[in-house]
Design a protein around this ligand. Structure first.
Ligand SMILES: Nc1ncnc2c1ncn2[C@@H]1O[C@H](COP(=O)(O)OP(=O)(O)OP(=O)(O)O)[C@@H](O)[C@H]1O
Ligand SMILES: Nc1ncnc2c1ncn2[C@@H]1O[C@H](COP(=O)(O)OP(=O)(O)OP(=O)(O)O)[C@@H](O)[C@H]1O
Ligand SMILES: [Mg+2]
Ligand SMILES: [Mg+2]
Lengths: 253, 253
């Protein structure tokens, strides 16, 4: 059964999608079967993997959650052979309100993924920047949460409330949910970034990946070519950092 | 009556809060009476202006929206004399769901601000990174929307859907809503950033402010000291860019 990990942080722009795409792609390139679920109405993971015509895609995750479409019918190919994508587009904006009226609304995604989970070694869920019902669905579907933290002050500030939310979901909705790991992103050689990394390592110790992702322009250019960094700029520091992270995640189990 | 501007973009981490704090503070320092409303449960504008004890603050915007507290009773001082803050903390996370059941739920904030609007020349609303009911409340309270766009691919991609949302709000909820302006943020000298600025200027012309905010570490350090950039690092490129923006906004009218 595929190991399901939600990539989450309600703080915006902290590298969730960049990590979801590049970690999933590197594990797939190493021979694992991987599914990436785009749970964000912005659809950045969908366009970052080459499907920039998002509003023409049918079916999407919206149809899987709300129109009884089986997840297997919505899977798309990506530039990496053994990486599949469950795409999203702006239709998903409506899901937060429409899910509210359904029975077991927090478990909708978890139920839908049962259809495909067995076909993959890893399932990653790219969450939107909020603590909405969509994100709660991501957290109840997962066994682990991977938190990406930008090496900035506001990102550090939000960590305690995020850990609190994860505990609430574990206590009330998904007792198997644990912290998969914490990834420091967009690291640059400033006093602030060094302090943030130091504070997070002191607070969370072993849970923080040894790999730190540096700020690297190839990582922000790659999505405009619809490719993960290791295909767009294989010798870049950014691509190498995500390859190292994939090795660390694969050995963690 | 104070001119109300919502600072919005559902893409996360694109400089909404940094712009809200620094633009509001520079206009206040120039003698205008300014109110900053923190509409984000993350409470970054609240801590960025020195109130890092957010969870101890009472009342907050949550009480104004849902517990009949008058807005005037929730205003806090900031490091700039004629800048006041309507604070937020994580209690606001519940507001999205709780507002759904209220009558005229989209106009709740607009009604609450009527109590204080007359005391200010400018009211800025810092929106969260989503198109939730809270953000809709921000858009129905405002006369103008200031969109901040990070000079990156994903930020550009989200622009069309954001403009679509603004039009929907104008057509159905707030006929006076118009585009106040578009601000390019975190500019660095890369091909990607130059292309994004060029594309946005081609698409939106005059609506794009001449001032472009560069990526500058002083802007990300200032919030950890609870001060706007012009107080923390007055000679920094970041502080100077926001002073130039404030002049441009003040002359636009
Ligand atoms: N290590 C990095 N170096 C340089 N740029 C990066 C890096 N990681 C991400 N970026 C860029 O920074 C921006 C924010 O990253 P990303 O979109 O992955 O964050 P996110 O947390 O998914 O955002 P959101 O909260 O909107 O979902 C993007 O434009 C991305 O290309
Ligand atoms: N021009 C800049 N130069 C350097 N850092 C910046 C700049 N503008 C913002 N930052 C930093 O980038 C991060 C994102 O900015 P900010 O929090 O203002 O964005 P936001 O759009 O309000 O995010 P959210 O979507 O989470 O509300 C913050 O850590 C901030 O300090
Ligand atoms: Mg994302
Ligand atoms: Mg913000």
């Amino acid at each position: 059964m595929g190991h399901v990990v939600a990539i989450a942080n309600q703080k915006g722009g902290v590298g969730k999608t960049t990590t979801a795409i590049n970690l999933a792609a590197c594990l797939a390139a190493a021979g694992r079967k991987v599914l990436l679920v785009d749970l964000d109405p912005q659809g950045n993971a969908t366009s970052g993997l080459g499907h920039s015509n998002r509003d023409d895609i049918e079916p999407t995750l919206y149809d899987v959650l709300l129109n009884e479409t089986p997840a297997s019918a919505a899977l798309l190919d990506t530039p990496v052979d053994s990486l599949k994508l469950l795409p999203a587009n702006s239709q998903l904006v409506g899901a937060d309100v429409e899910l509210v009226e359904l029975a077991e609304r927090e478990y909708r995604l978890r139920k839908c993924l049962e259809d495909v989970r067995g076909q993959f070694d890893h399932v990653f869920i790219d969450c939107p920047p909020s603590l909405s019902l969509l994100t709660v669905n991501g957290l109840t579907s997962a066994e682990g949460v991977l938190i990406t933290i930008q090496c900035e002050y506001y990102a550090l500030e939000g960590l305690t409330s995020l850990l609190g939310t994860i505990k609430q979901v574990r206590d009330s909705l998904n007792s198997g949910l644990r912290l998969e790991g914490v990834l420091m992103t967009m690291y640059q050689h400033t006093r602030l970034a060094r302090e943030v990394v130091h504070d997070v390592r002191t607070y969370l110790g072993e849970k923080v990946y040894k790999t730190v992702i540096p700020r690297n322009v190839s990582l922000s250019e790659a999505p405009s070519f619809g490719k993960p960094a290791f295909l767009y700029a294989p010798r870049s520091v950014g691509a190498k950092a995500y390859i190292a992270l994939a090795k660390e995640v694969a050995t963690h189990g």
